[in-house]
Design a protein around this ligand. Structure first.
Ligand code: HPA
Length: 270
């Protein structure tokens, strides 16, 4: 099994045994530079890890200390729109679980449907809408595939992230993230439909990882860095360049929230 093989590769390269992991979204890779005693393992060295093909995504597993807490950071993810496989992150998440990770914080770049949550802000995902028509557990034979998602986003971690944001005087609104398959951006009509359906932000990732992580029994939280107002809201065309340019702005806020959140965890002795 690839997760066990990967576990021994990882355990040979670092003595750290992180219980908390993060996945970094588009343009958020600068975050890894703040990790101390970092050991970097290219995805190519690990079985089943994605070959990341999206510019702005690195493709490395970084294990080190952040605010005194051991963390495993996946810098770069596979997206459903790359090969049409919504379960492409499954081996990576199973590997994290095999090395002892029990909590996962996912990050992404997203378009906002709320003018009060403009580009550069950060949104805490409280719930999601799967609008892709796909699911990473299709084909999973065990009954565990019928995973409950009523509290997919862990209330305790969410509360701790909100407290960390407040401590930094950063607005952190909580909202609903709607997963579109991409890679084309949404149309203005799709955004109007998304608003009617209850979405606050839209994006092309994260939801399949949330479903897989809950399937594996990991506790999950997710944060969106808002890079743009959604299609049709400003008259301007959307672009991946804008996502990459704007992600570091909100990314700096995100990094402060995470650093303070982890300090709290370190003090809790976790
Ligand atoms: N739509 C979908 N994905 C995105 C967007 C968007 O507007 N912005 C960043 N990722």
């Amino acid at each position: 099994m690839s997760a066990e093989k990967n576990r021994s590769i990882i355990e040979q390269r670092t003595a750290l045994r992180p219980k908390l992991a993060m996945v970094l979204g588009s343009g958020l890779g600068a975050f890894v530079e703040t990790i101390e005693e970092a050991v970097t393992i290219p995805y190519d060295d690990l079985e089943g890890f994605p070959a990341t093909g999206v510019s702005g995504h690195a493709g490395t597993l970084v294990i080190g200390n952040l605010s005194g807490v051991a963390v495993a950071v996946l810098s770069g993810r596979a997206h459903y729109y790359e090969h049409g496989n919504p379960a492409e992150m499954r081996p990576a998440l199973e590997t994290l679980q095999a090395v002892g990770v029990d909590r996962l914080i996912l990050t992404n770049s997203a378009g906002s449907l709320d003018p009060d949550c403009p580009p550069g802000s950060v949104m805490l995902i409280g719930d999601h809408i799967n609008f892709s028509g796909s699911n990473p557990l299709i084909g999973e034979p065990s009954d565990a595939r019928f995973v409950g998602l009523t509290e997919a986003y862990d209330p305790e971690i969410r509360a701790a992230l909100k407290a960390a944001a407040a401590k930094n005087e950063i607005d952190l609104s909580e909202g609903v993230y709607m997963w579109f398959s991409g890679p084309s951006f949404e149309t203005p009509a799709e955004i109007r439909a998304a608003r009617t359906l209850g979405a606050d932000a839209v994006g092309m990732s994260t939801v399949p990882e949330v479903i897989l992580a809950r399937f594996l029994g990991l506790r999950v939280a997710a944060l969106s860095v808002i890079t743009n107002l959604a299609a049709g809201m400003t008259g301007a065309e959307l672009s991946h360049q804008e996502t990459k340019d704007m992600a570091p702005v909100g990314g700096a806020r995100l990094a402060r929230i995470i650093a303070t959140f982890l300090e709290g965890q370190a003090n809790d002795g976790r």
